[in-house]
Write a protein that binds this ligand. Structure first.
Ligand code: PGA
Length: 256
């Protein structure tokens, strides 16, 4: 983290877990474990139906609510979809886009992810744009090339003032939900490269300001080492965000 230029940010990704009735008890336990005064942003990205409960419970402990996906369209005949405007109307502050699970199970393309990021920005929601390589790509030495392609595609047509409303999350696919974390050096190397790509696209000031998160089996034990890296400004936390105590430990690790 480089707190001089960027505020640390810890975002949880609940994926398709939890019920609306479980939000309040979860948040009471989280609140009991979080420091009241914090120097970092905290959010929990939850399934759409849980957003209102998260907005309400999150107010008491300064935790923002986020969605996990949205439609690329503004409104209309798109059965099953949730619009950025609907998320904004519910007071969601963030929304994950381009998570590898959506790329994999819903065949989301880089163009689609770019469109979703844009419509979120238009509606005042900060997209958390996920990028990451597969194990095969890493083993073939294609990591940086792949990440550069994904970052450039996701940010295509996004201005520097709009970039300020974006968060980038580096999530190597082989580290998600596997318990295999990237080493701090591996994670730093790619997050540093993402910042370098953004520097080339938008200049030094924008690159210095953009929050870059690491995600992939980040937990209460390894968070401190990962967050100590200069280009890792926080985490996108899956499994460990379902446990209030573990999640609070990760939040506290940003106070180092
Ligand atoms: P994980 O998930 O922390 O369970 O690996 C991270 C993510 O998919 O965002």
């Amino acid at each position: 983290m480089n707190k001089k230029y960027r505020k640390p940010f810890i975002a949880g990704n609940w994926k398709m877990n939890m019920l609306a009735s479980e939000v309040k008890p979860f948040m009471s336990e989280l609140k009991a474990n979080l420091p009241a005064e914090r120097s970092c942003d905290v959010a929990l990205c939850v399934p759409g139906p849980l957003v209102p409960a998260m907005v309400k419970a999150g107010r008491e402990c300064k935790v923002s609510a986020g969605g996990q996906d949205c439609s690329q369209y503004a409104k209309g005949a798109y059965t099953g979809e949730v619009s950025a405007l609907q998320l904004a109307d519910l007071k969601a502050k963030y929304c994950i886009v381009g998570h590898s699970e959506r790329r994999q199970y819903h065949a989301e393309s880089d163009m689609l992810i770019n469109a979703k990021a844009k419509i979120l920005i238009e509606n005042g929601i900060k997209p958390i744009i996920c990028v990451g390589e597969s194990l095969e790509q890493r083993e073939m030495g294609l990591t940086m090339e792949h990440i550069a392609y994904q970052v450039k595609a996701a940010l295509s047509g996004i201005s520097s003032s709009e970039l300020r409303k974006c968060v980038i999350a580096y999530e190597p696919i082989w580290a998600i939900g596997t318990g295999k974390t990237a080493t701090a050096d591996q994670a730093q190397e790619v997050c540093g490269e993402i910042r370098a790509i953004i520097r080339k696209m938008y200049g030094a000031r924008s690159a210095r300001a953009v929050q870059i998160l690491y995600g992939g089996s980040m937990n209460a034990k390894n968070a401190t080492e990962l967050l100590a890296q200069p280009d890792i400004d926080g985490g996108l936390i899956g499994g460990a965000s379902l446990k209030p105590v573990d999640f609070s430990v990760i939040v506290k690790a940003t106070e180092q």
